[in-house]
Ligand binder design. Structure first.
Ligand code: GCV
Length: 713
């Protein structure tokens, strides 16, 4: 049955404090000139409300239209122009059956949005093959309205290019969030399954609005408790909130769970009793959560148990879990972030060494989840050499949204350009044009099962992400998971319009700030391919001097290798030869000091301090200049933002201003500490005009931050 909603809204919305809670779904009244073009819009809304997703769709539409248009629909009810909005599927809205043919090729999650005529009347139609497609289309329509886009002549077709678009929460069951800078976990496990915090619904709305269709609730450094009946009930309660929004719940199982909660003497993946245990566990999970997504597994990495404990391979471990999930349609996301206990080799090489030989050995419902780079979410890394090296295995991208190595929540760093850089990188796996995006979306090797994961930056902070601008990183992740070929700048513009204002005098400076902010953090932290120089453990602030401790590859000196001659990690044929893990044209380019891109110079080469750079400066001088350039960029952002006072609401303007102040202070600290330290090796003066660090290196080394947030525990 159709529900014809003749909406009746209250008068203008009360003024609301802008605390960031509403994210990019603010739906504040549009400015009058923009509103004019939507004069008739929403006079009639046809949106069925029989199923959960249909109700979610209708509620969002009502909420969005009421907020944006801020008026009684009756006053606009001439239902001319694009007055009617019709949302649904041919099955749910009979008028849409004429569009059946046009919906072909859009799949289960795609949609079309069209200005058309229905029953002789002008209408804006959102049509899809499924309720979830209609929900996604509705969010898209609302995005157009939020940006003040004209609806006349609209004819849009959209379908996701990636199948599994999933957040990874590194949230412990005690609500501690590993690498979390936005407060404790939003999952209030203790009060679940009874208390369903309204925040869970808003979380689902936000995710659905950007096409995210899965969430892994618990940390990959996991506890077997997450698989006990008590916690499965809690996860099921969350799943029931997320279901109408097309979001499936997944969990991170502990590989040794058969021992810890199953009472078995072993977790050997080839042991029949262990296999039985996982099958039974999978059956139990699906009895509790019928649309459960699957397992995300960190095994034999950083102390987590795994198949290698029993002399078995990653494929053995993954396939055992895959076999248990397969009858229910579940998947395994098996992480490639591994490095061996023995440190036999350059850490950058180890994931490839352990995984590439197993290409073709993984079951059909296994995705291997690969971080964007071979070390660990550094401010900039060359693309991971596994991309292009496992053609028979679907490789899932893992990006980090939370800014573990990029200034936590206070630094304004928009990650869109970084994601875009990696996705557009050319692996040359099947000749030129074999981009990482084409591997992730499955088009290069013809994989239907595809995925992208983002390590969430979400917590209980009122603004969800710890800072207003970090919301943009959640947003861009979702949009790029939907379309890995999308433009970071276009997405930044959409976000800025929805989040702050449609006024170009706000949007354009904000987008410009965002677009340069990633290069800036690279400059003031780890220029030209330097990496892993952060404070030990917590990764807060500079720590290029970090050495000693349990593992060489957990120190900074292992990575920068500065000495009297120069700086950088030789990964060319004369060094660790990690370059050989790339396809020959890439290996050749990265392998020569003359052709390697400047941004990766010190990632792949140990370079003399006096090496002449393209700028004409020596390497040492260039390094110093880059550090300063990064700090200057932050100063520039502060000026730009100060110029937006009065154009952005005071609450958010103030917090961003304060955070930019913190960022400038910390960027300066990074620059000063790094220069003071590396100068002890280069023994060269600073280039003319560059201020010397105000302290000696001992001072910077003496700074301790025992309670810096987010450290693993
Ligand atoms: C969840 C890095 C982080 C760890 C994280 C690990 C991983 O090493 O510092 O906190 O653990 O990556 O991705 O598994």
């Amino acid at each position: 049955m159709l529900v014809l909603l003749l909406l009746s809204w209250g008068a203008a919305l009360p003024a609301m404090a802008e605390d960031g809670y509403d994210l990019w779904l603010r739906y504040r009244p549009l400015p009058a000139p923009v509103l004019k073009q939507y004069r008739d819009l929403g006079g009639q809304v046809v949106a069925p409300a029989q199923t959960g997703p249909q109700r979610a769709t209708r509620d969002e539409l009502v909420r969005g239209l009421a907020g944006l248009l801020g008026r009684e629909p009756g006053q606009a009810a001439r239902v001319q122009r694009n007055g009617a909005i019709v949302v649904g599927t041919p099955a749910s809205v009979p008028q849409l059956s004429a569009l059946q043919g046009d919906l072909e090729g859009l799949g289960e999650e795609g949609y079309l949005i069209r200005s058309t005529r229905l029953d002789g009347r002008a209408a804006t139609v959102v049509a899809a093959n499924s309720d979830i497609g209609a929900l996604y289309g509705t969010f898209h329509l609302l995005r157009l309205l939020q940006a003040g886009e004209p609806l006349a002549g609209l004819d849009l077709r959209e379908a996701p290019k990636v199948k599994v678009r999933v957040l990874n929460h590194w949230d412990n069951l005690d609500r501690y969030v590993e690498r979390g800078y936005a407060g404790e976990s939003i999952w209030d496990w203790h009060k679940l399954p009874d208390w369903l915090d309204p925040r869970y619904t808003d979380y689902a709305r936000a995710n659905a609005s950007i096409g995210i269709n899965g969430t892994v609730l618990n940390n990959v450094n996991t506890s077997a408790q997450a698989l006990t009946p008590m916690y499965l009930e809690k996860a099921a309660a969350l799943a029931s909130v997320f279901r109408p929004y097309g979001i499936k719940v997944s969990l991170s199982p502990r590989f040794s769970a058969p021992i810890e909660i199953g009472g078995l003497p072993t977790a050997d993946p080839l042991d029949p009793a262990v296999r039985r245990w996982w099958k039974d566990k999978a059956d139990e999970i699906y009895r509790t959560i019928p649309d459960f997504g699957g397992f995300l597994v960190k095994a034999n990495s950083e102390g987590q148990p795994g198949p290698q404990d029993y002399g078995r391979s990653h494929a053995d471990g993954a396939n055992m879990l895959a076999e248990a999930l397969a009858p229910h349609g579940g998947i395994v996301m098996w992480r490639a972030f591994v490095y061996s206990h023995e440190e036999p080799d350059d850490r950058a090489k180890q994931a490839y060494t352990e995984f590439a030989p197993h290409d073709g050995a993984f079951a059909d419902n296994v995705l291997v989840q690969v971080k964007n780079g071979a070390i660990d979410f550094q401010p900039r890394e060359p693309f991971h050499p596994l991309f292009g090296a496992m053609p028979k295995t679907p490789l899932m991208m893992e990006f980090q949204i939370t800014k573990e190595y990029l200034g936590f929540a206070t630094h304004l760093v928009y990650l869109g350009p970084m994601y875009e850089e990696v996705l557009r990188a050319d692996t040359h796996a099947r000749g030129p044009g074999s981009t990482v995006a084409k591997i992730v979306d499955g088009s290069l090797e013809g994989h239907a099962l595809t995925g992208m994961a983002g390590v969430a930056n979400i917590g209980v902070d009122r603004n969800w992400s710890g800072s207003h601008f970090d919301q943009a990183n959640w947003y861009v992740f979702g949009r790029m998971a939907w379309d890995p070929h999308a433009s970071a700048e276009t997405i930044a513009r959409d976000w800025a319009r929805m989040t702050f204002s449609t006024d170009p005098a706000v949007v354009e400076p904000v987008v410009a700030m965002m677009m340069g902010s990633h290069q800036a953090v690279v400059d003031y932290m780890t220029p030209m391919g330097l990496h892993h120089l952060m404070g030990r453990g917590h990764h807060y602030g500079p720590g290029p001097w970090v050495e000693g401790g349990p593992r060489a590859d957990w120190t900074s000196v292992y990575y920068h290798r500065a000495d009297a001659r120069g700086i950088g990690f030789d990964r060319s044929a004369t060094g660790s030869n990690a370059v050989a893990q790339y396809a020959p044209p890439v290996a050749e380019q990265f392998g020569s000091i003359d052709t390697v891109p400047e941004e990766f110079l010190l990632w792949f080469h140990h370079v003399p301090w006096d090496h002449r750079m393209p700028s004409g400066r020596s390497l040492w001088d260039e390094l110093v200049v880059r550090y300063g350039r990064g700090v200057d960029y932050v100063r520039g952002m502060r000026r730009t933002w100060a110029g937006l006072e009065g154009k952005v609401d005071p609450e958010r303007h103030h917090q961003v201003s304060v955070f930019l102040g913190v960022q400038e202070k910390e960027a300066q600290w990074w620059r000063d500490a790094s220069i003071a330290y590396f100068q002890t090796f280069s023994q060269r003066p600073l280039p003319a005009g560059e201020a010397p660090p105000p302290h000696d290196v001992e001072y910077y080394k003496s700074l301790q931050f025992p309670f810096a947030p987010g450290d693993g525990k």
